[in-house]
Write a protein that binds this ligand. Structure first.
Ligand SMILES: Cc1ncc(COP(=O)(O)O)c(C=O)c1O
Length: 372
């Protein structure tokens, strides 16, 4: 599989060019409102003093870092505000490779394609550990795949594309593997607010020097265009203290800093948004998952019911998840999904559908009619 160029945009462009109505189930762009306080924060910002329109600290607005630090139970010095979780993942992975303690990146199959593309871009050795049919990862398999040459183990829970939420035992065992091989466990937690089981636990709670947690407000606040994320690095005064300093420098050289209005609005939303906002979004998705999987049943498809995130992967007999079939689905059924092959060999027969559209029912009917 060539991961160099993630295929999301290829599929989106194909769907946009189709000369028929197509339900977009490709992108991970939430279709619901951001928190009210986020819009309020943006409005307030527009009328602010010009001095607030200038560079914010490169590491991020101090009150935003404080707010994140408090929520994550860490010292502010460990928090770096980034250009989305995308940049946070990049800094964590490059930091792990720059240590010189290994040149291998261990990932899962299926994999979020940007991790794979990044490892290729950085000339790292890529190793994949297969998740099981439900998306769960056996830490014993990760231990077996890892070696002294492992720089980073990159995991994502709740998971895109499988919807798996790793239980705390898995997370703890993954931390132990990273410690055993002096590697960095990069824990991408962008879907932490979309855990329908209530069991998600960040490896940060293990208080290990071998964990970098990455996250963002893209999904939790429905603002993928704002580009505000963060990474929590190991303590500066610990054995992996260099990671945060190197990440700050790389972030500064690459971006100078982040977007101040976006950080300002996110900060206000973080402070003022009640838990009900997040619960409402989970409830909306639970309903969509039910309705979509009912239609998949009618179509005779195999699928995994997501325990977290907002994707469903499905397999239709005689209709493997190739790019060709994705194009056929766009043209003939009017539904755009992602080819399973984009996420690795283990899901080459599958298709991934993002449930972030109000047209889930319509898409489900179209799929059931076309493939049922
Ligand atoms: C697993 C995962 N990590 C990271 C991202 C990118 O997040 P951000 O918008 O915060 O860069 C996505 C977006 O879909 C994702 O699915």
């Amino acid at each position: 599989m060539d991961y160099e160029t993630p295929q999301f945009f290829t599929v989106m462009q194909y769907a946009a060019r189709a000369d028929r109505d197509v339900v977009d189930m490709v992108s991970g762009n939430p279709d619901w409102e951001p928190p009210t306080a986020l819009r309020d924060g943006l409005r307030e910002y527009a009328d602010g003093d010009v001095s607030d329109f200038q560079y914010p600290p490169s590491v991020g607005l101090t009150p935003l870092r404080d707010e994140v630090a408090e929520r994550r139970g860490v010292d502010r010095s460990r928090v770096l505000v980034t250009n989305g979780a995308g940049e946070a993942n990049h800094l964590a992975t490059t930091g792990a490779l720059d240590r010189g303690a290994g040149s291998e990146v261990v990932m899962t199959d299926p994999v979020y394609p940007y991790y794979a593309g990044r490892a290729t871009l950085l000339d790292a050795e890529s190793t994949y550990v297969s998740a099981d049919e439900t998306g769960q990862l056996d830490p014993a398999d990760v231990r077996e795949a890892a070696s002294d040459g492992t720089a980073a183990i990159v995991v994502n829970s709740p998971n895109n594309p499988t919807g798996a939420v790793y239980p705390p035992e898995t997370t703890e065992a993954l931390v132990a593997v990273a410690e055993e091989y002096d590697a960095v466990l990069v824990s991408d937690e962008v879907y932490d607010h979309f855990d329908y089981t209530g069991t998600f636990e960040s490896p940060l709670s293990a208080e290990s020097d071998h964990v970098v947690a990455t996250n963002s407000f893209s999904k939790s606040m429905a603002v993928t265009g704002f580009r505000v994320g963060y990474a929590v690095f190991p303590p500066e005064d610990g054995p992996m203290g260099d990671l945060v300093e190197r990440a700050r420098t790389r972030h500064m050289i690459q971006n100078v800093t982040g977007s101040r209005p976006a950080q300002y609005a996110v900060l206000r939303a973080l402070r003022e948004t009640p838990p009900e906002y997040y619960e409402r979004n989970r409830e909306r998705l639970r309903e969509r998952i039910d309705r979509f999987t009912d239609a998949l049943d009618r179509a005779g498809a195999a699928y995994t019911t997501p325990a977290g995130s907002f994707y469903v992967i499905a397999r239709f007999d005689g209709f493997p998840g190739t790019m060709e079939n994705v194009e056929r689905l766009v043209d003939e059924a009017g539904v755009a999904g992602m080819p399973g092959e984009a996420f690795g060999e283990s899901r080459a027969d599958w298709l991934r559908f993002a449930l972030v559209t109000p047209r889930v029912d319509e898409a489900a009917e179209r799929l059931a009619d076309y493939l049922g």
